[in-house]
Design a protein. Structure first.
Length: 464
């Protein structure tokens, strides 16, 4: 099965796996959050109930105040003074806020809730353990912690627990025990749960991102493989065409040389021999291009760098295209404005850089071609700008123009020959010279290549 057919299947399968994995992880996190909330709620209820039982038991065991009366004094249970003496003190009367805070803190520590932030209050005559519309208790608390009122009003994610302070069943039936309620507020209840699960959630997010990254790398690799396959096929087709044409020409020339009329005509023999030699030179040049690309791939290309006048090489390269420009009705302009053009470069490879860029402009040209080459200096570099008014390039082509074997599309036209190695070679050689190259282009407007080549240092070369 070809890559074109299998790629969509692989993409769909990986996408479904990724979506399924993310869905399962989200549900797992939500389930864990719910379980953690239930566990925290259970611990809080247990700790608060333990404190409530302690307070109630100590309250129920507190003996009522005893009044010793003389036998002659009548007993009047309805007397307010007597009733006050017999009343069991409220929890809010027997303890301070610090006492209740210490008991709650110790109880929370026992169930594993250390450093838990909480606020509390003790109220009587509550009538209900709910909150009113304003978030306040129905009656003001007799005893409360410092920030209780603020937290119960302002905290959106709070959790409020109510525990009635009721008398034990064995309390003295004649003792008056008013109802009281212990209210405990846990601010940021949800954040506490999230804090406990922070490591798990972070791990789940991290591994999900790893899966997404692996998915991206896999798909990107498949896309690149698909493009490389297309480029390989295009390269083979181009190479076949580039070799087939001169071979056919050589074959015709050889057949012509065998003709008796040509054999006895020295002028025609030299003409066809010249064709064979020219086509043979052309084939050798194509083979050399492919071998050169192979050497660059293995980084075996050796540079013979020396001090050169860049302007001389630019002028020579431009003269080599004089006939081609005349044939296409084009023209060239040289504006070599750099005051200092000495560079430290390999003469052959630097000539190839300029030649390739000019040849690229000629290949992708239109009517009234104009090639303009300008130079100027920066403190440490020679800037060479090669401009043309050709067909230009799209943004996609500009991103890929320096890739090996990549060739810009020319619509329905197939008159542009080559292997797509020229600009890849240019970029590699420029980098080997510690320089930079960039391209600016607009479809239908033309293309500008800008080279930045380090200057040869003046001080070490007095003859410059």
């Amino acid at each position: 099965m070809g890559l074109k057919k299998i790629f969509p299947i692989i993409f769909v399968l990986i996408t479904l796996s990724l979506i399924g994995s993310i869905y399962i992880q989200i549900n797992w996190i939500l389930a864990m959050l719910e379980n953690k909330q239930e566990e925290l709620h259970r611990k809080l209820v247990e700790a608060i109930n333990n404190v409530t039982q302690e307070l109630v038991q100590q309250r129920g065991m507190t003996p009522a105040k005893t009044l010793r009366l003389k036998p002659s004094v009548p007993w009047r249970p309805s007397d307010p003074f007597t009733m006050e003496l017999m009343r069991v003190p409220l929890v809010a009367e027997r303890y301070t806020a610090e006492d209740i805070n210490d008991r709650l803190r110790k109880s929370f520590n026992k169930v594993g809730l250390k450093n838990l932030r909480f606020e509390f209050s003790i109220s009587s005559d509550l009538g209900s353990s709910d909150l009113g519309n304003s978030g306040m208790l129905f009656s003001p608390p007799e005893l409360r912690s410092r920030s209780f009122l603020e937290e119960i009003k302002d905290t959106a994610d709070k959790k409020v627990f109510f525990s009635p302070l009721q008398a034990p069943e064995n309390a003295d039936g004649g003792t008056i025990l008013p109802d009281e309620v212990l209210a405990v507020v846990i601010p940021d209840f949800k954040n506490i749960v999230l804090g406990e699960m922070r490591a798990m959630i972070a791990g789940a997010i991290f591994f999900t991102l790893v899966i997404i990254a692996a998915f991206y790398v896999t798909v990107n690799a498949l896309i690149r493989q698909k493009k490389l396959s297309e480029i390989k096929n295009d390269f083979i087709n181009n190479m076949t065409h580039e070799f087939k044409t001169p071979l056919a020409t050589i074959s015709l020339a050889v057949d012509a040389l065998r003709n008796e009329k040509v054999v006895h005509d020295r002028g025609k023999s030299e003409y066809f021999s010249g064709i064979i030699k020219e086509e043979n030179r052309r084939m050798n040049k194509q083979v050399e291009t492919i071998l050169q690309a192979s050497l660059l791939d293995r980084q075996e290309q050796q540079l013979n760098r020396k001090r050169l006048h860049a302007h001389n090489i630019i002028q020579e390269a431009m003269e080599n295209f004089h006939l081609q420009l005349e044939g296409k009705g084009g023209r060239s302009e040289l504006q070599l404005n750099a005051k200092y053009d000495w560079i430290y470069a390999d003469e052959v490879h630097f000539m190839n850089i300029i030649t390739n860029l000019i040849d690229n402009a000629v290949k992708y040209s239109k009517d009234n071609l104009l090639i303009r080459i300008t130079t100027h200096n920066t403190p440490k570099s020679l800037i060479i700008r090669i401009e043309d008014n050709g067909i230009g390039m799209s943004k996609e082509t500009q991103r890929r123009i320096f890739e090996k074997f990549y060739r810009a599309h020319t619509g329905n036209l197939h008159n542009v020959k080559g292997f797509g190695l020229g600009l890849s070679y240019v970029k590699t050689i420029v980098a080997a010279h510690e320089g930079k190259i960039k391209v600016e282009s607009m479809v239908g407007k033309g293309t500008n290549f800008t080279l930045e080549i380090p200057l040869a240092i003046k001080d070490t070369h007095p003859h410059s």
